[in-house]
Each structure stands twice: as structure tokens, then as C-alpha cells.
Write a protein that binds this ligand. Structure first.
Ligand code: PLP
Length: 349
């Protein structure tokens, strides 16, 4: 297999050893002589996978027994619904920082009053709004830590006198945070923690069970907590892939991963800033280390630049259809050498 520099936004690059372990398990799972995708999710071998995938998240996040970890289906988009359904009694506060935040707000509005405390829609989501105060009479405050499409990232989180809920789909496990400041974290696996098909939810137990509406069994967090993410058949393959990625993360530690991600981001942003042909599209202090968005000042050269990237085996650079330009997604598994390959093309261009 020839090496492709994979800058895809999601589903996205995974560590080579994760892909190798997944392929091994497809052929022979845990010495059972059965494939991972043909064994019962109730087999002791798979129950062990699920248990470890749940406990390793808490270990890496340094969270205690007051938190629960779930692997659910329906993507982060389902969490836009489930968070509101399970937590919103009267009113909630949101920031509107991108397409995904907008979708989250839209879903929450079906369950109660939603106040948008900060929005960057006026400038095409190119910055993170910061001038707002969260009052304690909100049921929760919801934010998106990293805006995958526009390329902004929250560098700090606001002081929050109510429950802090965060969509971390595109920067989960990319940096060392105090995870205990969050009451609920969710992330579709396919950006930075595994194959598509499962969604990680981490919740502080004490915030649950407070709304009065009837919630369907499968959409109630407590159901999945009680059944240890086995209420119904889980995404066996995706959870296995997540466990392999979590082991890879745990070996390195989040602070080492963060250092490498910072080096990668500095390398690319310096190349953008130092090259007259290119321009970043987001506020400097809010720049994402995961999804770097930029444009060519002369956009008649876009196709030629994409050709030059393809020539250098660089994949997935085209910007999201809603914003245009270019986007380099640099998730954990992408090596510095891949960023260097892109920088080389930019410098030559
Ligand atoms: C990709 C993404 C989503 C949507 O995820 P699905 O799993 O496809 O529903 C939500 N939020 C953010 C920040 C994302 O990057």
C-alpha cells in the first residue's frame, strides 16, 4: 500500500496499528477462531472489550466513579436530541459557533427554551464568541469545543454555574483538559477516536433523572448506563476500533499527544502566514489545531493547488462544501511528516 497523507475530516485517519489490530480481529477475534463481526456481543470476549473501552476512557480523562461512559449509536447528531431530551426541563443556553452547533440548537428547541448566548454567525463562524455570562438558572450550557467545518477551537471553557455539556466530536483526546469541568461530553467516534458507527458519551451521573417528560427507553441515558452499553446490540466493530485507539492514546498520554498536535498546527499555520499566496480564514487566537482552514488569495488557482496536492499523495484537503477553500484535518494519527508534505507543496506552489 503506497502511503497517502490522509487529511480527511471524518471518517478520518487512524493509527496504522489500530487498523492492523482491527484486521487481525476480523479474521480471528481474541483467539476464538471466529471473526469479530460474527461473535455475540454477549460473549465473554466482547464483554471484556466493552468493559475496557469504557474504563479506559475514564482512566485517560482522569475521571472518578461519579462519571459513566457509554457507547451509543446514531452519531453526534443523535446526541443533539438526547442531551436536550434528558436534560432540558425549562431553558438551556447554547453557543452558536458553526454548522453543528446550529443543528444542536435546532434539535433542543423542540424540548424547551433555548437562549443563544454567543454566536459567530455574523462572520461566517470564523471566531469563538467569548463575551457572555452563563446564569445558574439554565438547565445546562452547551458548547462545541472544536468547529470541524469552519476551523475554530475553544482554547478555554467558560466558568459554568450550571451543567456544562460539550460536543467534542472533532477534538476529543487531542489535548490534556480538566475533564471534570464537564458534566456531559459526547463525540462521534469517526473523527479522532475510531471507526464510524459509535458515539462516546461521558456523563456525570448526578445531572440525570431531573426532567419530567417521558423519554423513550432507548433514548434515556440511564438505560444505557444500567445495561453497560448493551441495552441493544452495540456497534461491535466500531467499539473494538475505539478500544484499539484508546490503548494507543493511553500509551502516549494526552500531554504528549497535545505537544505533537501543537507542533503540527504551528508548522502549518506558519506556512500559511508566511506565504503571500495563502490566507487563514479564522481569528488567530481561535485557530483549531485539528481542522486548519485556509484559502488561496487567487481562487482561480484552486484546482491547480488540489492537483499539486494529489501529485504529492495528499488526500482530503478540499474545504467543506459550505465554506469552500481548503481544510487540512490533522487528527492525532496524522504524523508531522504528512503536515510537512503539505507545507512543501504550499511552499513550492
Ligand atoms: C461530525 C460532527 C458532528 C456530526 O457527527 P455525526 O456522528 O455524523 O452525527 C457533530 N458535531 C461535530 C463537532 C462534528 O464534527
Amino acid at each position: 500500500m503506497s502511503k497517502i497523507h490522509n487529511f480527511s475530516a471524518g471518517p478520518a485517519i487512524l493509527p496504522q496499528e489500530v487498523i492492523q489490530n482491527c484486521s487481525d480481529a476480523i479474521l480471528n477475534f481474541a483467539g476464538t477462531n471466529l471473526s469479530l463481526i460474527e461473535v455475540s456481543h454477549r460473549s465473554k470476549e466482547f464483554v471484556a472489550v466493552m468493559d475496557e473501552a469504557r474504563s479506559l476512557v475514564k482512566k485517560i480523562m482522569k475521571l472518578g466513579d461519579d462519571y459513566e461512559v457509554m457507547y451509543l449509536q446514531g452519531g453526534a447528531s443523535m446526541q443533539f436530541v438526547m442531551t436536550a431530551m434528558n436534560l432540558l426541563e425549562t431553558k438551556a443556553a447554547y453557543t452558536k459557533t458553526g454548522t453543528w452547533a446550529k443543528n444542536a440548537i435546532k434539535e433542543a428547541q423542540a424540548f424547551g427554551k433555548v437562549d443563544v448566548l454567543g454566536s459567530s454567525e455574523d462572520k461566517n463562524f470564523s471566531y469563538i464568541p467569548k463575551d457572555f455570562v452563563i446564569s445558574e438558572d439554565y438547565d445546562y450550557f452547551h458548547c462545541t469545543s472544536n468547529n470541524t467545518i469552519s476551523g475554530t477551537q475553544m482554547q478555554t471553557f467558560p466558568v459554568c454555574p450550571t451543567s456544562l455539556v460539550c460536543d467534542m466530536s472533532s477534538d476529543i483526546f487531542s489535548r490534556d483538559l480538566d475533564f471534570s469541568q464537564f458534566d456531559l461530553i459526547y463525540a462521534g467516534a469517526q473523527k479522532n477516536m475510531g471507526p464510524a458507527g459509535t458515539t462516546l458519551v461521558v456523563v456525570k451521573k448526578s445531572i440525570l433523572g431531573k426532567v419530567s417528560r417521558h423519554i423513550p427507553t432507548i433514548l434515556t441515558y440511564q438505560t444505557h448506563i444500567d445495561k453497560e452499553s448493551m441495552f441493544n446490540t452495540p456497534s461491535v466493530f466500531a467499539v473494538y476500533g475505539c478500544l484499539q485507539t484508546l490503548k494507543w492514546i493511553d500509551k502516549q498520554g494526552l500531554s504528549n499527544i497535545e505537544k505533537i498536535n501543537t507542533d503540527k498546527a504551528n508548522l502549518l499555520y506558519n506556512a500559511i502566514d508566511g506565504n503571500d499566496s495563502f490566507e487563514g480564514t479564522t481569528a488567530t487566537e481561535d485557530r483549531s489545531k485539528m481542522n486548519v482552514t485556509f484559502v488561496l488569495k487567487d481562487d482561480t488557482k484552486n484546482a491547480a493547488f488540489l492537483d499539486a496536492c494529489a501529485e504529492a499523495k495528499i488526500n482530503g484537503i478540499k474545504g467543506h462544501r459550505s465554506v469552500g477553500g481548503f481544510r487540512a484535518s490533522m487528527y492525532n494519527a496524522l504524523g508531522l511528516e504528512s503536515v510537512q508534505a503539505l507545507v512543501d507543496v504550499m511552499n513550492k506552489f
